[in-house]
Design a protein around this ligand. Structure first.
Ligand code: SF4
Length: 175
């Protein structure tokens, strides 16, 4: 049997949605019987591969790097899932939007610190605003929740692996 190629991606989020995914616990075994994890922050694969069947995306789009990544992920994925409120609405990361990048960087890197400097390397440049992923790419499934429960994620993944469109309203809610 050909296994479904599944990936998970982490943009601007807290990792809580990935932790909820791991909370599937022994149900991960039944997922693994039907799917192969081809990319994830949970495994040591550096390049997002081609021909991915399903990608779960945690987090909002906050930086130039996030934007490049979500466009690449979309172009290589059949079914793209916005996993959690940050991906669906931008949620917590967007709390910086009213202040602007300059004020945020000043507060984070220059005020009340022993070695004040704004990083110019390694840390990716911020976008002017944090936005949800559907504003940049097409999203096929929205799974709200902060985080979505493990039960909701299992229901969603199980339905997708069976080739059905998941009906998540009975299993998820914002917050
Ligand atoms: S939706 Fe909640 S749990 Fe998921 S990344 Fe955002 S803040 Fe974390």
């Amino acid at each position: 049997m050909t296994k479904v190629r599944i990936a998970t991606v982490w943009l601007d989020g807290c990792s809580g949605c990935h932790m909820s995914f791991l909370d599937l616990d022994q149900r991960l075994i039944s997922v693994a019987e039907k799917a192969t994890l081809v990319y994830s922050p949970l495994v040591d694969i550096k390049e997002f591969p081609e021909n991915v069947d399903v990608t779960l995306v945690e987090g909002a789009v906050s930086s130039v790097e996030d934007l490049e990544k979500i466009k690449k992920v979309r172009s290589r994925t059949k079914i793209l899932v916005a996993l959690g409120d940050c991906a669906v609405t931008s949620n917590v990361p967007s709390m910086r939007n009213p202040f602007g990048c300059e004020a945020i960087c000043r507060r984070a890197y220059l005020e009340d610190t022993v070695n004040p400097q704004v990083p110019s390397q390694v840390v990716p440049a911020l976008l002017p605003e944090v936005r949800p992923i559907h504003e940049f790419v097409k999203v096929d499934v929205f799974a709200q929740g902060c985080p979505p429960s493990a039960d909701a994620i299992f229901e969603m993944v199980s339905e997708i692996l069976e080739g059905r469109v998941p009906i998540l309203a009975p299993h998820t809610k914002f917050g």
